[in-house]
Design a protein around this ligand. Structure first.
Ligand SMILES: [Zn+2]
Ligand SMILES: [Zn+2]
Length: 333
């Protein structure tokens, strides 16, 4: 089968990725599914894995954790999926189920957790294996390419909205407007929120207007009204300051990325006082993912996708880094 491997992590403008055409199709172990990939989203985290911003967990790993697939085979002890079922694989691949975080329903914080496309080979390939308890049923009413970004961009955006404690009919600011933000915006609007989008990219601004944002402005500007909640999607620590300054009293800023450039010094009066809160967002739980996929089944989300052939995964990552498209890139084998 064809599969991409991160041979030498480094800038995507070089050649950190290698396409192999003769990998063996993996065999599902006990409790695992063999998935035949129908579509795999391209997430900024794949860029971090490929460029080495995240430490190497598995040398030569195949990236990709927004996998829409068909179950090609089931390993021993699998009871809840059958060959031919559709299934999704997401970032969270395995947790120990026994630590204090798992036991209190915060498996996203499990210190033993493993991740698709980082600790184990992911979906930039024709096949992959995943533990069945961590595979997802997929909502109806979407194409394969539309479903792919829901599996990380959508799930994380949904978790970030929860972390930002957006009140009903609240005022939400989104800093950066890519794959995750354009889905979170729609969830928030479906719940009656007023959404202000702050981004530097023209294409993203247009998409934000098309989706019904109340205002669209530059990333370092101020929204036209104070915010109850804000989410920082752009991996830019400098933006923490204007985002905190834009919060109303008691407001919350959630940082959605897995990596962020350094945050400049905060001024207590301007950025934090009046009980403003700054929070990070770490991965997701299966329960959170399923809640979001259920929401997507009830509310048809407009998913802006840019399909690339699997063989062009390196180009898709270069285009993501350069901000050459709005919405989300999706690889199709
Ligand atoms: Zn755990
Ligand atoms: Zn992701």
């Amino acid at each position: 089968m064809r599969a991409w491997h991160v041979d030498a992590p480094g800038p995507v403008t070089g050649h950190p990725l290698r396409l192999s055409t003769d990998d063996e199709i993996p065999r599902p172990g006990p409790g695992e599914l063999l998935l035949k990939v129908l579509a795999c989203g391209v997430c900024r985290t794949d860029l971090h894995v490929t460029e080495g911003d995240l430490p190497v967990h598995r040398p030569g790993v195949t990236p990709g954790h927004e996998v829409v697939a068909e179950v090609a085979a089931t390993g021993p002890e699998v009871t809840d999926f059958r060959e031919g079922d559709r299934a999704g694989a997401a970032w969270l691949r395995w947790t120990d189920n026994t630590c204090t975080f798992c036991r209190r329903g915060a498996e996203n914080l499990c210190p033993q957790s493993l991740y698709t496309g980082w600790d184990a080979d992911g979906g930039y390939a024709e096949y992959l294996t995943v533990p069945a308890p961590y595979a997802h049923r997929l909502p109806e009413g979407y194409t394969d390419t539309e479903l792919a970004p829901l599996l990380c961009a959508g799930i994380i955006g949904y978790h970030a909205l929860q972390r930002a404690e957006l009140p009903d009919h609240g005022r939400l600011g989104l800093y950066g407007f890519g794959g995750s933000a354009h889905l979170a915006a729609q969830v928030a609007m479906a719940r009656g929120a007023t959404v202000h989008v702050l981004t530097r990219r023209e294409q993203a601004k247009q998409l934000a207007r098309d989706l019904g944002a109340a205002s669209v402005g530059d990333a370092d500007g101020m929204p036209p009204e104070p915010l109850d909640s804000a989410i920082l999607f752009a991996p830019v620590g400098d933006l923490v300051l204007p985002a905190l300054a834009a919060l109303d009293r008691g407001g919350t800023l959630a940082i959605a990325g897995i990596a962020l450039t350094d945050i400049p010094p905060l001024n207590y009066e301007r950025h934090l006082f009046q009980e403003r809160q700054l929070r990070s967002v770490t991965s997701n739980t299966r329960a959170g993912a399923r809640e979001f996929l259920g929401f997507a089944a009830e509310h048809k989300l407009a998913v802006t996708v840019h399909p690339y052939p699997l063989d062009a995964a390196d180009q898709a990552l270069r285009d993501l880094k350069a901000g050459r498209f709005d919405g989300a890139a999706v690889l199709v084998p």
